[in-house]
Write a protein that binds this ligand. Structure first.
Ligand code: G2I
Length: 490
């Protein structure tokens, strides 16, 4: 709360509804039976959102609040129209782990069991988010927060293992209005550094290897916005380094004038990185035909991109929307279908079948288990972390802190700080004193030559404002060491 998720981008009229082209690449081969199969049976118009979406292999879901499940019209509309669900608040940290180590799933279970009984897909929302955090999390030390985060992921994902289609592993980590790649300051960045996102995704893959793991955010609907570019760079980097990530969630809290003209291009650019895209919290403030047009454009944008696998509206009826007064949903306060409903249904019915369903997930765990995925096993936190600041030789400096060590291995975090002026790109170097080897490194790119290590910035954290810092981290084999680091910037 307290954030305005509505982007102020200029609106544009939608294209006229594009008719499906059943182009059969006719190849007249003499003597063969020409089977120019139209891929969609003519006139196959489904009468509900879920059924219409299913025709092209997609889902159409709604956020559901357990507290409204005593409203029979609400549940009847959910059951009739939607084939997927996201619990609106019930799986968040404050709801599931109100006090440390004590888990509570009653409300979320209520939604999950209902959805399962109807064969719906379930999106899990959300594991690591600065919002709706119970207050006990705020008081934790770095080591305790890391262990609490992984424990939370393990327990919540473990409880629902095998039942969740996709998890919003990390929610809303990027800053609004900042430079490309800047993260919002939160307890997670403050205590764990920017690497918390990667740590969370690695832990999530281990906790439920069959769930799709999504990064979810708002105001990443415009393909060229700084916030979007930052998320794009992160996903690209994760894919390049084998950090597990399967999908990007565009929340898409919009208004009828603010659907970006490049919205479809934006979905396509994320999909091109090799992840699914899902529209996760769609609602569009407005009314009448303008609102309907905006909904149509969003629906068409998703169905035009094979890896856009489904859409979820953030509620069923305007009556219970978190945006009271904006009337942003498909059913009015009396559960009547709005013009927007018909626009979405028609657009879903007009979609061609999804010929490139997303591949099944083949987990590729890092070669050595990161302590982030199993913090409660061998690693025992050091009582007094050690660190060595590097001399400020140029535009940046680097400080290494040992955050964890255990027999035969350790985990370190390096803070890279810009001096009096901003840096654009950085390189940190050191030499291991005793044969140490890095097993896994995040938020940077490493090259190793004998005992010499060179770490460059990742695609998304090269720019550091004057006096600001970013972090990278690694786990290594050998005895914990605090070599002298040098930092240079081009
Ligand atoms: O803020 C809209 C959404 C933005 N993206 C993440 C979503 O998780 C978020 O959902 C909203 C829920 O729709 C609201 O229902 O998150 C809000 C909290 O950040 C939810 O509001 C809270 C109220 O602030 C609480 O007072 C209330 O106790 O809902 C709680 C449960 O009804």
């Amino acid at each position: 709360m307290g954030e305005n998720p509505l982007s102020a981008g200029g609106g544009r009229r939608p294209r006229a509804g594009t008719r499906r082209l059943l182009v059969a690449g006719a190849l007249g081969v003499l003597g063969t039976v020409t089977a120019l199969a139209a891929s969609v049976p003519a006139g196959a118009a489904a009468g509900t959102l879920g059924a219409a979406a299913a025709q092209s292999g997609r889902y159409y879901g709604a956020a559901i609040a357990a507290g409204h499940m005593n409203d029979s019209t609400y549940v009847a509309t959910w059951d009739r129209e939607y084939n997927a669900v996201t619990p609106e608040n019930e799986m968040k940290w404050d709801a599931t782990e109100p006090s440390r180590g004590s888990f509570r799933f009653t409300s979320a279970d209520q939604i999950v069991s209902h959805a399962q009984s109807k064969g719906m897909k379930i999106r899990g929302h959300t594991l690591v988010w600065h919002g709706q955090l119970p207050s006990w999390v705020g008081g934790l030390s770095t080591n305790d927060l890391r262990s609490a985060m992984v424990n939370h992921i393990n327990n919540v994902m473990g409880h629902y293992k095998g039942k969740i289609y996709a998890w919003d592993v990390v929610n809303e980590a990027f800053a609004d209005g900042g430079s490309v790649g800047s993260l919002r300051s939160s307890i997670f960045t403050q205590k764990l550094g920017n690497g918390f996102i990667e740590e969370a995704f690695r832990a999530a893959r281990a906790a439920d290897p069959n769930a799709k793991l999504c990064y979810n955010d708002y105001n990443i609907d415009d393909a060229n916005a700084n916030k979007t570019r930052g998320v794009y760079n992160m996903v690209k980097d994760f894919k390049a380094r084998g950090v597990p990530i399967d999908c990007v969630g565009l929340q898409s809290h919009l208004s009828q004038g603010s659907v970006p003209s490049n919205y479809q291009q934006n979905i396509a650019q994320f999909a091109a990185l090799g992840v699914d895209v899902q529209i996760t919290e769609l609602d569009i403030g407005g009314s009448g035909s303008a609102q309907a047009d905006a909904y149509r454009r969003v629906t068409q944008a998703c169905t035009a991109v094979p890896r856009c696998t489904g859409m979820t509206v953030w509620g069923i009826t305007d009556k219970y929307s978190w945006r009271s007064g904006d009337n942003p949903l498909l059913f009015d306060g009396n559960f009547n279908k709005k013009q927007a409903y018909t626009a979405v249904l028609d657009a879903l019915n007009a979609a061609t079948p999804n010929t490139s369903p997303s591949p099944t997930i083949s987990p590729t765990p890092s070669p050595t288990p990161s302590p982030n995925t199993s913090p409660n096993t061998s690693p025992s936190p050091r009582t007094s972390p050690s660190s060595t600041p590097s001399p400020v030789t140029g535009a940046c400096s680097a400080t290494l802190t040992t955050v964890n060590s255990w027999p035969g291995g350790f985990q370190s975090e390096v803070t890279v700080r810009a001096g009096g002026s901003a840096v654009d790109g950085w390189t940190v170097k050191w030499t291991w004193p005793g044969g140490q080897t890095i097993s896994s490194l995040w938020n940077g790119t490493q090259s190793v030559s004998g005992s010499s290590v060179t770490v460059g910035n990742a695609a998304y954290n090269g720019s550091i404002a004057a006096g600001s810092s970013t972090t990278f981290g690694f786990t290594a084999n050998g005895s914990a060491a605090t070599p002298t680091l040098t930092c240079t910037s081009p």
